[in-house]
Write a new protein. Structure first.
Length: 374
């Protein structure tokens, strides 16, 4: 239970909660009176100290006044002018600080509303209770930047744990790629894993990603699925190392994606996820799933890197709180036949669809890994 507060001070008294309402009021009144008496004494002490300081100043000024001619003191007109200038400066500074306080209070309200709607942090297998509020962005630009930073920082800190939880092999293993599908009481999760050794240097990879980002910035990028990816909020995100873009999926559904790159010694880490709802750029169709991705490009030598990718697709809780969006709805959206009585058929159909989709993405990235011509 919250402690009662008297004169701005929390009161912690054993047995206070057991008293009746009237007795508690009398006790708190006595505490309040004692606190006010203490505050009065403290104020009196401060006033006496201030009086002593003023008396000392008066004595010093009296001595100076007697020697005014010898010291050539400034005229009162100049002193008054200086005090007036100081007062104007203080008023202007006060207005600036007051405007800043109003701005930060408004920003704090927006962020408090955003954080209050957040669901729990991303859980690894089995799927956690992911709510769509955790993947939404507010409309205010400053609040958006802070929310984006929080989302990407969360993913970045989960990088190592994600690869460990999904049993990635050591760096000496050969190339591999697979898709794991987990079904549990209507909930599902897809985990796409891939790892490959590429005979290029980390500096070359750095330039490749720079060229890729330049393409997206200038004209957008059309991938093998025929969908366009274009960037948004470039001016707002300038200097923040954040990339925010949108892509039109099948059936005209628009999906928003957020990603960020982190540089470590001998390693590049890229993290990203989809944004289900955006108050600044609303979409007619809310996403049905959370898609998160981690890519690590680690140098194994001057001319060799290992590239590890992990992508997870997890269903979201419905907006009305009725539970997870059903697997049938997700399947119908992508035109995949599922059968509740034949899990093996469901898994096989999803795996074929995902392998086809992520195969396209992998092919695009392999083409970008080619030599840079300019």
């Amino acid at each position: 239970m919250l402690k009662p507060v008297v004169a701005g001070v929390p009161v912690d008294m054993p047995g206070l909660d057991d008293l009746s309402k009237d007795d508690k009021r009398r006790v708190l009144n006595r505490v309040r009176q004692r606190e006010y008496r203490r505050m009065d004494l403290e104020e009196l002490r401060c006033l006496r100290a201030h009086v002593a300081s003023l008396e000392a100043t008066y004595s010093a000024l009296t001595v100076v006044h007697g020697q005014r001619d010898a010291m050539a003191m400034l005229p009162w007109k100049d002193i008054a002018s200086g005090l007036y200038d100081d007062a104007k400066m203080a008023v202007a500074k006060h207005k600036v600080l007051r405007d800043q306080l109003t701005y930060y209070r408004g920003l704090a309200r927006v962020l408090a509303s955003f954080v209050a709607r957040l669901g729990p942090s991303l859980e690894l297998l089995p799927p956690g209770d992911t709510r769509w509020h955790a993947l939404a962005l507010p409309a205010d630009d400053n609040a958006r930047c802070l929310a984006m930073d929080w989302l990407m920082t969360r993913l970045y800190h989960n990088t190592q744990g994600t690869f460990q939880a999904n049993a990635f092999p050591s760096t000496t293993a050969s190339d591999f790629a697979d898709i794991n599908i987990y079904l549990d009481d209507g909930k599902f999760q897809f985990v796409v894993r891939s790892q490959r050794l590429v005979n290029i240097g980390l500096d070359h990879v750095d330039r490749v990603y720079g060229a890729f980002c330049d393409d997206v910035t200038e004209i957008g990028v059309e991938n093998s699925t025929g969908n366009w990816v274009s960037r948004m909020d470039q001016e707002v995100l300038a200097g923040r190392n954040l990339v925010y873009g949108r892509q039109t999926l099948i059936k005209g559904v628009e999906q928003h994606y957020l990603c960020r790159r982190y540089d470590e010694p001998g390693k590049l880490v890229l993290v990203g996820q989809n944004i289900v709802e955006d108050a600044k750029y609303p979409s007619s169709h809310r996403g049905m799933y959370e898609e998160t991705g981690w890519r690590v490009v680690e140098s194994l030598g001057p001319d060799q890197v290992i590239i590890k990718d992990c992508i997870t697709v997890t269903p979201l809780v419905a907006t009305d709180g009725s539970g997870y969006l059903p697997l049938e709805a997700y399947a119908a959206f992508f035109g995949i036949e599922v059968s509740a009585d034949e899990d093996y058929l469901t898994v096989a159909n999803f795996r074929r669809r995902l392998q086809r989709f992520f195969g396209y993405i992998d092919r695009d990235l392999r083409e970008y890994m080619g030599p840079i011509t300019s």
